[in-house]
Design a protein around this ligand. Sequence first.
Ligand SMILES: Nc1ncnc2c1ncn2[C@@H]1O[C@H](COP(=O)(O)OP(=O)(O)OP(=O)(O)O)[C@@H](O)[C@H]1O
Ligand SMILES: [Mg+2]
Length: 445
Amino acid sequence: MSIRVKLAAVLCLAVCVTTISAGAIFVMLERRSLRAAEDGKVRLLVVNIKTMAAESQLARDPLMLLDYLSFLGRDRKEVSGVRVRFVGRWERVAGLPGARESGPVRTESVLVPAQGDSPEILVETDFSRRVLDESYAASFRAMARDLGRAGLALILAGVLISVPLGWSLTSRLVAIERSMEAIGAGEPSEAVPAHGSDEVARLARGLNAMAARLRELDEMKRTFVASVTHELRSPLFAIESYVKLLLKDSSSLSVEERRQLERVQGNAARLAHFVTSLLDMARIERGKLEYRPRPLDLASLVEDATLFLGSRAAEEGKTLAFTAAPGLPQVNADPDLITQVVTNLVSNAIKFTPCGGRVSVALRRDGRRLECCVTDTGRGIPPEALPRLFQPFARAGNAARTGGTGLGLSICKSIMEMHRGAIGVESVPGRGSRFHFTLPCREGG
Ligand SMILES: Nc1ncnc2c1ncn2[C@@H]1O[C@H](COP(=O)(O)OP(=O)(O)OP(=O)(O)O)[C@@H](O)[C@H]1O
Ligand SMILES: [Mg+2]
């Protein structure tokens, strides 16, 4: 699980836990105040009864009190019975036995002492505990419902805020992760945002410094390779030309001298191939490889490049064949670069195919593209080597005791990218390989 998701989940969880805990504490406190409010209602009623009893005693009008009490007995559900005692005589005002309430009751008494010749009044009011409890429960339910709705709204808002918040907090980490991946892939990317003074900002600054240093070193390496290979080329070509000249006039040479000169020639040629490949690679990396595309008949170019290597294949006892579908359209490509690709693929196929094997080069149309396949019956390539095969200096385990720099295929790949083409391979160890590249057909071709 990514740190983004974890952070968003933790924030959501924190919002939920906080809301629920705050809600629980609020409910506990509110329960007490609801009880107090219900109690207050009863006490207020008792105070009203007392006031009414005092007024009725003052006005010497017992009916006034009796009217009020019978009104209470009728209209207030919580009042289940009222009894009044005037001049030592009890009178039931409301709540006939068994008529309204048979459950437990809370009885409140109000006593108005005798005043002069006005007699004492005692009022006993029964409050139904069931009705009081029901009223409390209804208030509690209403409060819990409102609280639940508010809590849900809060949790929803918390979740809606947590997700983008988690995303924005981790976006710098994700940028750092991407930058590190790019460095790992050998392409230090642009600097990641490093404002602020926290740990992540410090990490980003360190990474930016490292990426800048890597870019600097990479540039130094490219300049170094370019200048060294350039300097090596001239003396190497001089050696090659002088050896060629000496070998031309072979009459003055002994057999041993000739053999030695041929060895020098072979080694100089290998070194020249290495230097040329390195120089090509350096040019590609600096974007300085000459690329001059023009309308091209790919079939004849591939055929020429294949035929050029025919004599070498025959010398080594391998069959080299070329086929092309008729009427293929033209492509827009640089002939020298495409020749370089075909030459490398075909010479690889010859190099890694044993004597008596077969190499075939075939060209066909595939939709809006032309596809060239170089198939051989050689030793094949181990599957673990395939993913890195088109990277510089990649030589598979099968390349032991064969000459080569391991730069050919990576140059081919870069050339294909320049042409908006593609290159790939399938191989079965022990049975052979099939390298193929495609180029887009010319518009209207
Ligand atoms: N047809 C093939 N059959 C088997 N292995 C191959 C084939 N083509 C390429 N390879 C493997 O891929 C590696 C890379 O090939 P690449 O052309 O880049 O380098 P190279 O041929 O070794 O050297 P260079 O082309 O620079 O002379 C080879 O060393 C070899 O291990
Ligand atoms: Mg090669």
